[in-house]
Structures are given as structure tokens and as C-alpha cells.
Design a protein around this ligand. Structure first.
Ligand SMILES: [Zn+2]
Length: 202
């Protein structure tokens, strides 16, 4: 999820799209909590209520809770050098589990996410938001990049119309070009789905 200064769009937890705010929401679904203590889960991600994205990702990668899948670990590792200048904040009374504010370059993490979501969900949502953080401005300012993304996005989303396929689960990445980018980076199933449908790559 992203707040951007122009191109203002919003996607809520239901995967619906609205023009009401500068928001791109990452998280199409909640998972059921595993047997991890919420306070422990929180302390494995935050050493203070506001910290850098490098700190956050480093803590998660060093924990025994997050980024446990090898593929997720690899994605996280590949991002470590691209996330300078991004802040991560615990948010209270947040409307979404996680969101990215492009105006302040801040990822907001709801304090309740640790009560209601499993560690894989939190890991994947964080990688998804990080991807927004380093690709939104690229998409907005690099017209060649935007063209390539838009072309691919249009192709795939036209092949899988919203009416028949909805925009949840696997199809969440077809919500908007922004979600498309983040899901391709962070969701192996979605990446496989795009490749399987013989789409040209950028
Ligand atoms: Zn998103």
C-alpha cells in the first residue's frame, strides 16, 4: 500500500480500488495466527516504534520467526541494498495491516498485525511494501519502465477480467500496475502465473 503525492489511488483489504487516498494496500487477506507470542513477534521486528527499513529487514532476517522460507530469504537479501532512506513505524488504530506512504517514505505497520497474522504473512507483506518503497518513484518518473510495466499489466489483466477472476489471492497483483510490480517481486506464485501465461518479460 502506498500514499503518493500525485497518482492517488487506494486499495483496501478487500482488494478493491478507489481514488480516495494516496494509498496502495498490499494485503489481500488475513491469515490465522500461529503459535507465536504477539509480543515476541513484535520484538523480532521492532527495536523501537520508528526505525529504518534496513534495521527492520535485518532484524527479521536474523530472527527465528520471519523470512523462514528460502525463497523469501533470497528476496529479502536482494533488497537489503535498495532500501535506504525508508522509515518503518508502528501504527496504532491503523486501517490496514501494512501500508506505504510515498510522501514520507514510511512503511506503517499496524500494532495489531502481530495478533491476527502469521509470520509468513507479515514477512511477505513487509517485502511487498518494501517493493512499493523502491519502485513507486521509478514507475512515476521513468517513462520507459512505466511503459513496459503498463504493457505487461494490461496484457495480463485483460486476459483475466475482474468480473470472472476478482482481484484477490493470486489475482491481487492485477489490481493496479503498482500491485503488479510488488507481487511480481515478492509473490512466487504470481510470478509463475505471469510467466506461465507466456507474457514477455521486461
Ligand atoms: Zn501494495
Amino acid at each position: 500500500m502506498v500514499f503518493a503525492s500525485n497518482a492517488i489511488k487506494s486499495v483496501d483489504n478487500e482488494g478493491e480500488f478507489s481514488e480516495s487516498g494516496n494509498i496502495y494496500n498490499s494485503d489481500e487477506s488475513y491469515s490465522v495466527t500461529e503459535n507465536i507470542d504477539p509480543t515476541y513477534a513484535r520484538n523480532q521486528m521492532f527495536h523501537s516504534e520508528e526505525q529504518t527499513a534496513e534495521d527492520t529487514l535485518g532484524m527479521m532476517m536474523g530472527s527465528d520467526v520471519y523470512m523462514q522460507e528460502p525463497e523469501m530469504k533470497a528476496i529479502a537479501f536482494s533488497m537489503l541494498n535498495s532500501i535506504g532512506g525508508i522509515t518503518v513505524k508502528l501504527a496504532y488504530n491503523a486501517s490496514h495491516p501494512m501500508q506505504y506512504d510515498a510522501n514520507t517514505k514510511t512503511i506503517l505497520v499496524s500494532d495489531t498485525i502481530f495478533n491476527h497474522n502469521d509470520a509468513d504473512f507479515v514477512s511477505r507483506a513487509f517485502l511487498h511494501e518494501l517493493t512499493h518503497a523502491f519502485t513507486v518513484s521509478e514507475y512515476q518518473n521513468n517513462s520507459k519502465f512505466k511503459q513496459r510495466i503498463d504493457k505487461l499489466f494490461d496484457k495480463v489483466s485483460q486476459r483475466f477480467p475482474t468480473k470472472e477472476y476478482g482481484r484477490k489471492g493470486l489475482y491481487y497483483g492485477l489490481t493496479s500496475p503498482y500491485e503488479f510490480i510488488s507481487e511480481i517481486y515478492t509473490n512466487p506464485s504470481f510470478r509463475g502465473f505471469v510467466l506461465k501465461n507466456n507474457m514477455s518479460w521486461w
